[in-house]
Design a protein around this ligand. Structure first.
Ligand SMILES: NC(=O)c1ccc[n+]([C@@H]2O[C@H](COP(=O)([O-])OP(=O)(O)OC[C@H]3O[C@@H](n4cnc5c(N)ncnc54)[C@H](O)[C@@H]3O)[C@@H](O)[C@H]2O)c1
Ligand SMILES: [Zn+2]
Length: 333
């Protein structure tokens, strides 16, 4: 299976392949950037820079460290940076690829479900700073994405479920993957990953730099989800778990302001709960820190809160001027 994503700066070629073929697909000029957990899953003779697994590696200090290690290998403009890992490695290595020697070829090998269906395409790369997540970065779409679904056999169950939150999100906001397919639980994961990538690819091709509001619709569940992550200091919940709660709250919010078909929130909650994802959290009652965090969301303008809200299952739109009273009500309902 293959696919292409045409962006402003390049064409990203996406290939699905067996893990056994991965090593021969990596160019000899590649420098692999990976983490210490994923590193053990792939044997190859390529030059390799390894960072500790986990979000703290998506930092300015690790970025500097990785750049210095790669430069000391004696690279040139034909060197290819390969991100082998989850979203943390993808974002970090992508930022290195965007900046080292003013930009070199970038290849992504996503190894988590979240990275396969979301972070490996679309070009957003970067690192976190003490002031917040993803505050320094670039648009650097990968030239190639190699997807080996077999990596998911090694992935801890909680991380797999975490990625499923983004999969359900695609189902809720658009027509692929079909919700019936997800509910049935019979479709091969490879097919589901393909549907999600296809959905994101179409959105990115139309609105790469988030100017029309289309790409912002991919943020369904994320205004509330990001606020939960921020208030909790990125511990307790993984990203997908936080946006799972966020999707339920935002469906409720849509119903409250008369945009979302009644009954949608209950269906979203039922689907996410059946996938093993959290759908509520006691801390939602403490509304003010969450609303303060939402005000700093990138979609918010002039103090107004913005949300990607469902109109019904399978359709959504960006709403920019949601009143805070409704948000409070949706959080505490
Ligand atoms: N660039 C984007 O568009 C975009 C989109 C969504 C998320 N992100 C970013 O992605 C990051 C989260 O990515 P993630 O959820 O993949 O987390 P991650 O990269 O931290 O990976 C999760 C854990 O799984 C381990 N792991 C990875 N692959 C494995 C495998 N096959 N088998 C066993 N263990 C494996 C990792 O070592 C890590 O401990 C966040 O920093 C987020 O901001 C970026
Ligand atoms: Zn997300």
């Amino acid at each position: 299976m293959r696919m292409q994503v045409r962006t402003h700066s390049n064409v990203t070629h996406i290939d699905f392949l067996p893990l056994a073929e991965l090593q021969e697909r990596l160019p000899s000029k590649a420098v692999i950037v990976t983490d210490d957990v994923v590193s053990k899953l792939v044997e190859s003779d390529h030059r390799r820079v390894t960072v500790p697994s986990g979000e703290p590696s998506k930092s300015m200090s690790t970025y500097v460290d990785v750049v210095q290690q790669i430069l000391s290998l004696g690279i040139d403009r034909n060197t290819i940076i390969v991100a082998l890992g989850g979203g943390v490695v993808g974002d970090l290595a992508g930022f290195v690829a965007a900046t080292i020697l003013r930009g070199v070829t970038f290849l992504q090998v996503p190894t988590t479900l979240l990275a396969m269906v979301d972070s490996s395409i679309g070009g957003k790369v970067g690192v976190d700073t003490p002031q917040g997540k993803n505050l320094v970065g670039a648009f650097k779409p990968a030239d190639q994405v190699l997807i080996c679904p077999e990596f998911l056999d090694q992935l801890p169950a909680r991380q797999l479920t975490n990625g499923m939150a983004e999969v359900w999100k695609y189902g809720f906001i658009g027509n692929a993957p079909e919700l019936e397919k997800l509910r049935g639980g019979q479709s091969p994961l490879t097919e589901i990953i393909f549907d999600c990538l296809d959905h994101k690819a179409r959105v990115v091709e139309e609105d790469e730099f988030e100017t029309s509001g289309l790409r912002a619709t991919l943020n369904y569940g994320h205004t509330v989800g990001h606020a939960i992550e921020k208030v909790l200091g990125y511990e307790m919940f993984l990203h997908g778990e936080a946006i799972s709660i966020g999707m339920v709250v935002e469906a409720r919010l849509g119903e409250l302001i008369g945009l979302t078909e009644p009954g949608t929130a209950a269906q979203v909650a039922e689907d996410l709960a059946s996938a093993g994802l959290p759908i509520s959290w006691d801390g939602l009652r403490d509304t003010e820190p969450l609303i303060a965090a939402m005000r700093s969301d990138k979609k918010a303008t002039g103090g107004n809160l913005a949300f990607s809200l469902l109109t019904r299952l399978g359709d959504c739109k960006l709403v920019r001027d949601v009143d805070q009273e409704s948000v409070r009500a949706a959080l505490t309902a």
